[in-house]
Design a protein around this ligand. Structure first.
Ligand SMILES: Nc1ncnc2c1ncn2[C@@H]1O[C@H](COP(=O)(O)OP(=O)(O)OP(=O)(O)O)[C@@H](O)[C@H]1O
Ligand code: SF4
Ligand SMILES: [Mg+2]
Length: 361
């Protein structure tokens, strides 16, 4: 079985806005060293959307922060590369990173108040963002702010510019935070669950606005979510994370229609489905692993319905993790499992997979 050593699912010839290679991020805590991101790698092309999914604690946000250079102590990148148009962001100093952030790369957070300053009017904050990175006359800059707010579906942008964040609804605040991220025309946006706290209607509107924006501008987008059904309708590719590793990666169609990893199959099986309301949802049994005490071999083994002796190496033997390997289903589909394959009956219900495929269409 051929191995994809840098964990990327695209052919190596594709021009990438972002190429993350074998990224390792740790937190040095009193209890010990937490290996939070373990060899994450992927490529992202212009205008493409990557959905990064996984349970709470799987390392999605820390991956995003590592790419952005926003890790705070005790977190640190210990190895790997974050190539943004070929330049390794992991090697840049704080000043050089600040020049790129908010300009060529932007991040959107679950809480819009992580972006917005509560005591400043929206126009002041937006103008500051523009002028931090480029020269533009005030009238032109204000017109640009209005257009960017309108692009995010914000009615009466002229009035909103004069508002303070607390005068806006939660959904409107998040739209403003996204508009601020868009102001300088970033080539890459990392969105960390920005719609999770919003009601489903607003969430759907924002997702559709983001999708249109990516198509129009060619911005590459990483959309982090614990919810597979959100990324199903938005992303081109999906990377599934477990215990700081990408365990499955491929096009939305490949990952949702023919999931090969038991964890992905469990995520799909645990989704509510319109066709199975009368059935109990299947949850992935067991707990997320303790990163300080990962089992030898495959980190998913204690919860895996398909685990075999090979998956759980005895402690006295060398710990051998399953490598990320080419799946048999599609060329750009990779899976980290010694025994990949279709789900056994009932593991991922056909109804749930069919629902996801419909929302992806
Ligand atoms: N400042 C920190 N100090 C110590 N450990 C941390 C810190 N930040 C994150 N971690 C650990 O890193 C792991 C991954 O966290 P991360 O926030 O990336 O998860 P996530 O996949 O984004 O989860 P969620 O869906 O809950 O947002 C967790 O086990 C968490 O405990
Ligand atoms: S390597 Fe083994 S334990 Fe891990 S996911 Fe595959 S079958 Fe399950
Ligand atoms: Mg998170």
């Amino acid at each position: 079985m051929p191995h994809d050593s840098d964990n990327s699912s695209l052919p190596p010839t594709a021009a990438s806005v972002l190429e993350v290679k074998d990224l390792h991020t740790q937190f040095d805590t009193r209890a010990g060293v937490l290996p939070v991101v373990n060899g994450v790698g992927f490529r992202l092309e212009k205008g493409k959307v990557l959905g990064l999914v996984g349970e709470s604690g799987s390392g999605k946000s820390v991956t995003g922060f590592s790419i952005m250079g926003l890790l705070d102590a005790p977190g640190r990148i210990v190895s790997g590369q974050v190539l943004f148009n070929g330049q390794d962001l992991a090697q840049l100093d704080a000043r050089a990173l600040r020049n790129i952030r908010g300009n060529r790369i932007a991040m959107i957070f679950q809480d819009p108040m992580a972006t917005l300053n509560p005591v400043l009017r929206i126009d002041v904050q937006m103008l500051e963002t523009i002028h931090a990175h480029r020269k533009m006359g005030k009238a032109e800059a204000l017109e640009h702010c209005r257009q960017t707010l309108a692009r995010m579906g914000i009615p009466s942008p002229h009035e909103r510019l004069k508002a303070y964040p607390h005068q806006l609804s939660g959904g409107m605040r998040q739209r403003v935070a996204i508009a601020i991220a868009l102001l300088n025309g970033p080539e890459l946006i990392i969105a960390d669950e920005p719609t999770t706290a919003l009601d489903v209607t607003i969430q759907a509107q924002i997702l559709s606005e983001m999708q249109q924006l990516v198509r129009e501008t060619g911005t590459a987008l990483i959309w982090i979510s614990h919810d597979l059904s959100v990324v199903a309708g938005l992303a081109d590719d999906i990377a599934v994370m477990y215990a700081g590793r990408i365990v499955e990666h491929g096009s939305v169609d490949a990952v949702l229609d023919t999931p090969q990893h038991p964890y992905t199959q469990g995520l799909i099986g645990s989704l509510p489905s319109a066709n199975q309301r009368s059935h109990r949802l299947q949850q992935i049994s067991g707990m997320a692993p303790n990163l300080l005490d990962l089992p030898p071999g495959c980190a998913f083994a204690p919860r895996c319905p398909r685990a075999q002796a090979r998956c759980q190496q005895p402690p006295d033997m060398q710990t051998i993790e399953p490598p990320l390997s080419q799946a048999a289903t599609a060329t750009a589909h990779t899976v980290r499992c010694f025994f990949p394959g279709a789900a056994p009956a009932n593991a991922a219900t056909p109804e749930a997979a069919a629902d996801l495929s419909r929302s992806a269409a």
